[in-house]
Design a protein around this ligand. Structure first.
Ligand code: NAD
Length: 398
């Protein structure tokens, strides 16, 4: 099949297996350039097939020489439809892991369900007598089927209190326009907390703990974002921000629960990057396009793998981890939030429109990274060539 990008709004409905494999290879090569990390030997990554979770799995494997179990919700190829990008990423990850002699198992299914949690526990009991020493929680999902009563909760990206109007961009045609987001209802807030808050993280840790598969000194990390005041109404002070507050409260509760194992739970605040999840948030892709230009000009640009490498090197595998912030969080967004970076963003934001977007922002860089998420726009890959889209994942257990 000849596979070209088919982009609808903020998603691409096709993915290219060879391009996704190239994306994985680039991230592995980045990690291999650095000295090996210590610790983190048996790592469970929940949300392991794209974005920050995938980078975490790669950093754990080639950085810390860890065994990994990855959980994801991806689609294999069917008839004339390609698989999802996360499927091809995982296939390529496993192939590379096998070639380099690393243990890797992938479970494809709904991480919110009791069944998938049990499946993971069974594999750990079978394969890892030394148990799990690091659990990364990196789910980004638009909905959650609650395992207790079967309710489906949909998360909403809305401001709280007042409507919010700001600039946004159609990334593919470069049009900057104004968008108004209506405020969330109480139900929207509660639903978003159900999907993106900490309850499922806690259910995972409870299930793993009750099954006796957590090692002494276990660490668990969930990812969050804060961002600048510019995006506060749609992020930090919006529905998703409420869910992230819940995640932070959950980290505290989990740390107490993990005391007998001398374990700890922490939230890591990461920088804004192009992922399938961030592309869906109004205003944020325009902010990221501006941010990329400024951070690239200052030579401090980072993507998922650079961020996660720092997470492992400076915190999770460090003998002397760097200090947490006043609220007890890891801050990987330090470069994004630098005063000089944010001052330049504020200055350019006011001037920004469709006529000067290419000059003031790195829209081209944003588009390229967006294409890369689905395996497109990589040099030396012939996108007019016929390719077999039915790619197996070596270890898949679903
Ligand atoms: P992503 O969309 O790239 O990855 C989401 C992952 O979750 C995928 O592996 C997907 O398969 C998995 N997933 C989704 N629903 C699932 C389900 N029901 N069962 C099993 N797996 C499921 O997202 P991302 O941007 O990497 O986000 C991961 C975390 O990082 C989120 O908590 C997000 O808020 C946070 N974060 C993202 C950014 C950013 O700019 N993208 C910045 C800071 C923090």
């Amino acid at each position: 099949m000849i596979v070209q990008p088919k982009i609808r709004g903020f998603i691409c409905t096709t993915a290219h297996p060879a391009g996704c494999a190239r994306h994985i290879e680039q991230q592995i090569n980045f990690v291999k350039k650095h000295a090996p990390l210590k610790g983190c030997k048996n790592v469970l990554v929940i949300g392991a097939s794209t974005g920050y979770g995938l980078a975490s799995r790669i950093a754990a494997t080639w950085g810390a020489q860890a065994k990994t179990i990855g959980v994801m919700f991806e689609k294999p190829a069917i008839d004339k439809r390609t698989a999802s990008a996360g499927w091809y990423n995982t296939a390529a990850f496993e192939k590379a892991a096998e070639k380099d002699g690393f243990y890797a198992k992938s479970i494809n299914g709904d991480a919110f369900s009791n069944e998938i949690k049990q499946q993971v526990i069974d594999i750990i009991k079978r394969d890892w007598p030394e148990r799990v020493d690091l659990v990364i929680y990196s789910l980004a999902s638009p909905k959650r089927l609650h395992p207790s009563d079967g309710t489906i909760y949909n998360s909403e990206l809305k401001p709280i209190g007042d409507a919010y109007t700001n600039k946004t961009i159609d990334v593919m045609n470069g049009t900057v326009s104004m968008v108004t987001l209506q405020p969330a209802s109480h139900q929207d807030i509660a639903n978003t907390v159900q999907v993106m808050g900490g309850e499922d993280w806690e259910m995972w840790m409870d299930a793993l703990g009750d099954a006796g598969v957590l090692a002494n000194n276990v660490q668990t990390v969930a990812y969050s974002y804060i961002g600048p005041e510019l995006t506060y109404p749609v992020y930090k002070n919006g529905t998703i921000g409420r869910a992230k507050e819940h995640l932070e409260q959950t980290a505290k509760a989990l740390t107490l629960k993990l005391k007998p194992l001398h374990g700890k739970a922490v939230v890591s605040v990461n920088k804004a990057v192009v992922t399938q999840a961030s592309a869906a948030i109004p205003v944020v892709p325009l902010y990221i396009s501006l941010l990329f230009k400024i951070m690239k000009d200052k030579n401090i640009h980072e993507g998922c793998i650079e961020q996660i490498w720092r997470l492992f090197h400076d915190y999770l595998c460090a003998e002397q981890p760097k200090p947490l912030d006043d609220a007890g969080r890891i801050r990987l967004d330090d470069l994004e939030m630098r005063d000089d970076v944010q001052a330049e963003i504020s200055r350019n934001w006011d001037k920004l429109d469709s006529s000067n977007i290419l000059e003031l922002s790195d829209l081209a860089g944003y588009r390229e990274e967006f294409h890369h998420l689905f395996g497109f726009s990589f040099p030396l890959i012939d996108y007019n060539a016929d390719i077999d889209v039915s790619v197996p994942i070596l270890s898949i257990e679903d």
